[in-house]
Structures are given as C-alpha cells and as structure tokens.
Write a protein that binds this ligand. Structure first.
Ligand code: NAD
Length: 434
C-alpha cells in the first residue's frame, strides 16, 4: 500500500511545540544536534530520538495565597532521554520559564550526563513564577503541590530533580519530604542538592562553581593564559557565578566586573569577592556595592577582560554582542548562554568557548555522588568528593579537547560528538520496544 503524500509527510512531521523554526532554547539545541549529525556515522539513524523529548508533563499548580486568594502557576517536567539511565536535572522557578526552555535544558542534561559519563539520562523541570514575590509559606505550598503533580513520573530510579535557578537546599528538602509523604516512606534519593542532614552530599553546593574553576583553569593553561593576574568578568553571581568567582580570586585572578539581574559593578584592580558575596547575601544583588564603580548593565559586555564566565541564563551572548566580548576564554557556567550564531563569531575571532555541557557538569557529578551515597547510606569525606569531581572534570575536558583537535571542530561540537555517540549507542543496543 502506498501512503497518500500528505499522510507520509504527516507521519514525519514534528509536533508543533518541537518546531525547529521557532527561535528559543529548543531551536538552539536542534541546531546543535544538526551540527553534530555528520560526525555520528551509522548512529545518525537514531538522531531523531534526540529531537523529540521522551516525555513532557505540563501541570497546573494551584495554591492558597496568604491573602486568601487562590493562585495558579504553570509547571513542567520534561524527560528528554533515558536511554542511559534515569532522568536527572534541576528545577527552575522563574517568571520567564517556558516549555521550550525546559525542553532545551532537559536535552542539555542528556548531553552533559553522557559527556561526563555519569549513568543518567536528561530531564529538567520548572515553574513559571517569580519566587521573590511569594512569602516563605506560599513558596513551600507551591513547591509541595508542584512535587505532588510531577510525583507521577519522578523517583530515585526514574527521574531525580535537583536545584537550579531560584531553587536551593530548602526547596529540595520540601520536595524530598512531599515525595516521601506521598509514597509512605523516606526516600532521600528522589532529589539531590539536599541539606547534609537529610542525605545531602558534602561539596554539592560548591560543586558547579568548583567544576567551572577546574575546567577553566585547565583550559587557560592549555592556551597559555596565566590565571594569576588574569582579568575575569562574571555574569550572574548566584550559586555558580559566586563560587566560581571566589575560587578564581583565590587562585590570584582579578574579578574586574560582575553583572546580575539588578546591576553591574566594576573595579579594574579587582573586586573584593568575599565582600561582594556578603553584600549580595544582605541586599539580594550586586547593585549598591561600595568600593566599585557602578556600570549600566549593558556596559558589562565592553569591559576589558581575559576570561568571561556567563553564569546566569540562556541566550546572553548573541550575534548582537559577540563582537564586543574582549575575553580570550569563555567558560559557560550557565546552561545555553551562547547562541549558535555567536559561537561562530567567537570561533572566527579566536575566542575559546568551554561549553556548558562540560564546564558546568560539576553539579550533576556531585549529584551523582549524592545519589550513590544515599543508596548505600554511606557518606564520603569532602576531600574524597572534590578529588573525584576534579578527576572526572579534567578527564572529560581532556577527552573532548582531543576530539576537537582530531576533527578540527569546536569544543562544543566535540562534546556533542562524544555525548551523542554514547546516548545513541545505548539507544541502538537497547533497540525499540515493542
Ligand atoms: P542562582 O539563582 O543561584 O543565581 C542566578 C544568578 O543570575 C543571580 O545572580 C541572578 O541575579 C542572575 N541573573 C538572573 N537574571 C539575570 C539577567 N537577566 N541578567 C544577568 N544576571 C541575571 O542560579 P545558579 O544555580 O547559580 O544558576 C545559574 C546558571 O547556572 C543557570 O543557567 C543554571 O541552569 C546553571 N547551572 C546551575 C547549576 C547548579 O548546580 N546550581 C548546575 C549547572 C548549571
């Protein structure tokens, strides 16, 4: 029987929410997959797997507000790929979260987990809410209802959430408790990034920043850039940017500029990073920090620097500002901060980009350690954790560096080659069910 042409086309048509022509993070991920496909050999027959998330759950999250009204928030959990193991990825609370963004973040988790070879697939979650507008009680109710709603598909062997933008240890404790209440037993391994006293891991809070520092210092060494005295500009001064800046400063770098959601501060001789961290803790952002010049937020991109660390949100380095970047080295602390157009411009200009899927993998590596420790109920020392983290991060960077040199491609494409081969080989070996 021959199919009607329309039926044949429809059979391969992507669902509307996967439309590659739509701009946004998911469109960027699809472009990244297209770039790597020619290098995948016979595994390329499975590449469509990567272009379609395995499972998408959109949930309504209604809660009682303190003033007696009822508010509804939109929540998501996306499991992009589970060929290599359970889904793993953070939960983001942000007013601009979209399904496209969560899909892309889940996909980047699949790539990242495969790139550093931890036995997880990729997942991500989010709620479209500005948590700064909620009281503590409202935040807790929202977290618990969201956890119950996605409880259908998460679990320690199914999909394990973790912190991301605007979520932290306290939120993870509520998530763990809610899941445990619903299943009738304490299940510490359902989330990572928990407080130490609830089965969290030493070193988890600092892990992503430490990983950014580890691969950043190694990449700098490889291009002959001395970290001692190097000028650093950091966008985003939360968990990732704040810790990375602190470690670079301790290694002798000068953190000359920091931009966050509310401002930008600059000091040519180097900012006092511990004092700035303290200021952010007290005031919620870098704006108003004394002992630094205040810049317009947009001036951040023109600041003379050697190393740039985007550690805030996606799509920050674009074709509009990529020409303005003065750094020789970009270490992506955030997920998806550089668009493919900007990648090309930076490569032409000789700027080395250490991609997110390697650079910020420290968090998920120590999350993996936390999950293993929870299963065995045996906890490791911080020295052991940091030593294993550094070994895996350096090993992953060295491996993708070699592929980049051998194939003459960017570090990002090299990382996608390594990761997609691992994911699609697993897919191929497992075969299709039924
Ligand atoms: P965080 O909430 O601790 O900090 C976010 C920072 O970004 C804050 O300083 C905030 O002011 C700043 N920011 C927000 N909007 C901004 C804007 N429009 N312009 C400039 N700055 C802005 O979050 P985090 O955990 O540090 O995460 C930061 C990035 O790192 C995210 O892309 C996240 O996905 C990624 N990441 C986090 C982890 C982790 O373990 N926390 C792991 C891997 C990747």
């Amino acid at each position: 029987m021959t199919l009607h042409p329309d039926t044949a086309t429809a059979r391969h048509a992507l669902p509307s929410y996967l439309d590659p022509n739509r701009l946004g993070p998911w469109g960027i991920f699809l472009q990244q997959v297209d770039r790597v496909t020619p290098y995948l050999g016979s595994l390329a027959r499975w590449v469509e797997t990567l272009k379609r998330p395995k499972r998408i759950l959109v949930v309504d999250v209604p809660i009682h507000m303190d003033d007696g009204t009822i508010a509804h928030f939109e929540g998501y959990r996306v499991q992009h790929n589970t060929s290599r193991g359970p889904g793993k990825g953070g939960v983001r609370f942000h007013q601009d979260v979209t399904l496209s963004e969560v899909m892309a973040l889940a996909a980047w988790m699949s790539i990242k987990n495969a790139a550093v070879n931890v036995p997880f697939g990729g997942a991500k979650g989010g709620v479209r809410v500005d948590p700064k507008q909620l009281s503590l009680g409202e935040l807790e109710r929202m977290t618990r209802r969201y956890t119950s709603e996605i409880g259908l598909i998460i679990g320690p062997t199914k999909d394990i959430p973790a912190p991301d933008v605007n979520t932290n240890e306290r939120v993870m404790a509520w998530m763990m408790d809610t899941y445990s209440m619903n299943v009738g037993e304490t299940v510490t391994g359902v989330v990572t990034g928990k407080p130490i006293s609830l089965g969290g891991s030493l070193g988890r809070r600092e892990a992503t920043g430490r990983g950014v520092f580890t691969v950043g210092a190694e990449a700098a060494r490889r291009i002959g850039l001395d970290i001692a005295g190097a000028r650093l500009a950091v966008q985003g001064f939360g968990n990732v940017g704040g810790i990375a800046a602190k470690l670079f400063a301790e290694a002798g770098a000068r953190v000359v500029a920091v931009q966050d959601h509310g401002g930008c501060v600059y000091r040519e001789a180097g900012l006092d990073v511990p004092a700035l961290l303290d200021h952010v803790k007290r005031h919620g952002g870098v704006a108003g920090f004394e002992g630094a010049e205040a810049l317009d937020r947009d001036q951040f991109w023109d600041v003379p620097c050697d190393v740039l660390i985007p550690a805030a949100l996606e799509q920050q380095i674009t074709r509009e500002n990529a020409h303005r970047v003065t750094a020789r080295l970009i270490i992506e602390g955030a997920n998806g901060p550089t668009t493919p157009d900007a990648d090309d411009i930076l490569r032409e200009r000789g700027v080395l980009v250490v991609p997110d899927v390697v650079a910020n993998a420290g968090g998920v590596i120590v999350s993996y350690f936390e999950w293993v420790q929870d299963f065995s109920s045996y906890f490791w020392s911080e020295e052991e954790i940091n030593e294993r983290l550094i070994r895996i991060m350096k090993g992953a960077l060295n491996a993708v560096w070699q592929v980049a040199e051998d194939k003459g491609v960017s570090l990002r494409t090299a990382t996608f080659i390594v990761a997609c081969e691992r994911i699609l080989r697993a897919r191929d070996l497992r075969g299709l069910y039924p």
